[in-house]
Design a protein around this ligand. Structure first.
Ligand code: XLS
Ligand code: NI
Ligand code: NI
Length: 441
């Protein structure tokens, strides 16, 4: 059975194509600095937003028209697998990602849930044999069911901690079975609402214990995926424990987990934390902790995780700049943790949205590579910090100075001269690169 009969295989047709179901910028085979675009960008489709999401919001029922929704329960889960692999093939996308509950319905008991999962995992494994699409990461949903009302690994209720651990244990087995490159832990409800009833220290210690046990079990079964923490500052709880990369890194260091994890950085979570996307990527990169990316964007006027498909080219340029400076994403990828808007309810919109996102990152990649080739920002930064390359600056950087000599030097200074940061000029140069990369082709 096929589900997307109005769409054929999406091909690269170039900047002048007016075929809405073609790539204008993403040319998977194009070589950029020795690697293909496909190898660098490592795009992934999110199972939940693409095959499970019904586009409901707090004010209204779902609007999505999905051909598999004529089925129920396990039949629907199986239809989704068929639809998913048809979608992956037509989009020619190298990766996908899922939560346990996206692929198989929960049963009345944990045992039944695991049985449902086994059936669908077998089916996915079969489809993967004939498909180029691999599993970028899987995770478990330890936040939607009412049992997780007070959290999962940070719940006040030991039975919930136990249940959450059993679900992660199964998730690690599933990841191993399907050859996942990474395994993700997004905080979900790991955070708190109010200190009035919260033992923060115990909750965080328990989370640390939870992650250590997960790592021990992954090692025990020989599942060598990269573990990823996905920070988010708020939503659903008002204080998420993995607020941003900096606080997540402090958490990992405190619990001696910094060698076990890297970060999965989501654009919209960065902006919710009051940062830019590129800030989070940069912070992770300079600490060698950049693992993977949830590629989406927030709405500039709305203060929540709107999970829009990424179309802001300025942001894709600056994020691809960080990714290229990182030497790529390694085992990670660009997973579209993004959903079509409520008004974009047709199955075809799912393709349009992914095409928009893939083209936007392809633009970002090419422009960022040119900026790097021409050392545009490197030159700016080198010039701006040149006072640390010689004299007293060099002494500071090399660590062979103390407060006595610094005071002596300060007393001898006749005048302190600062130079312009030239921000407007730099921004105009980035615009120039954005606008000339494709017109000059
Ligand atoms: C929610 C998160 C979630 C994770 C996976 O805001 O982005 O979708 O990526 O659990
Ligand atoms: Ni995410
Ligand atoms: Ni999110």
């Amino acid at each position: 059975m096929t589900y997307f009969n109005n769409v054929t295989n999406i091909k690269y047709e170039g900047v002048n194509s007016n075929n809405p179901f073609a790539f204008k910028f993403y040319n998977p085979e194009e070589i950029i600095n020795g690697k293909t675009m496909e190898e660098i960008l490592r795009f992934g489709v999110s199972y939940w937003h693409t095959f499970t999401e019904d586009l409901s919001d707090p004010f209204g029922d779902g609007t999505a028209i999905r051909p598999w929704d004529k089925y129920q329960g396990m039949d629907r889960a199986k239809a989704r697998v068929e639809a998913a692999f048809e979608f992956f093939e037509k989009l020619s996308v190298p990766y996908f990602c899922f939560h346990d509950v996206d692929i198989a319905p929960e049963g009345d008991t944990l045992k039944e849930t695991n049985k449902n999962l086994d059936v669908i995992v077998d089916m996915i494994k079969d489809y993967m044999k004939d498909s180029k699409t691999k599993l970028l990461w899987n995770t478990v949903n330890n936040f939607s069911h009412p049992r997780f009302v007070h959290g999962a690994g940070s719940s006040n209720n030991a039975d919930v901690f136990v249940y959450a651990a059993a679900k992660v244990k199964k998730g690690l087995e599933v990841g191993k079975e399907l050859g996942a490159e990474n395994y993700v832990f997004w905080g979900g409800r790991e955070g708190y609402e109010t200190l009035l009833n919260t033992d923060m220290k115990l909750e965080m210690d328990n989370l640390g214990r939870f992650f250590h046990m997960a790592n021990d079990y992954a090692k025990e079964i020989g599942f060598d995926a990269q573990f990823l923490i996905e920070p988010k500052p708020k939503e659903p709880t008002s204080h998420q424990y993995d607020f941003d990369v900096a606080s997540g890194y402090a958490f990992l260091q405190h619990y001696e987990l910094e060698d076990v994890f890297k970060f999965n950085i989501e654009a919209n979570h960065a902006t919710l934390a009051g940062h830019t996307f590129e800030h989070e990527l940069h912070y992770a990169r300079i600490h060698n902790m950049l693992g993977s990316v949830d590629a989406n964007q927030g709405h500039p006027l709305l203060g929540w995780d709107t999970d829009e498909f990424p179309t802001d080219l300025h942001s894709t340029v600056l994020s691809m700049y960080e990714i290229l400076k990182n030497g790529g994403l390694g085992r990670g990828g660009l997973n579209f943790d993004a959903k079509v808007r409520r008004g974009s309810f047709t199955p075809e919109d799912l393709f349009s949205a992914h095409i928009a996102g893939m083209d936007s990152f392809a633009v970002g990649l090419k422009v960022a590579q040119r900026l790097i080739d021409d050392k545009v920002l490197e030159k700016v930064i080198e010039e701006r910090y040149k006072s640390f390359n010689e004299g007293i600056g060099l002494d500071i950087v090399e660590g062979n100075i103390d407060f006595h000599r610094l005071e002596e030097h300060a007393l001898g200074l006749k005048e302190i001269k600062n130079e312009s940061g030239k921000l407007e000029q730099i921004k105009a140069t980035i615009n120039q690169y954005l606008l000339t990369t494709f017109t000059s082709e």
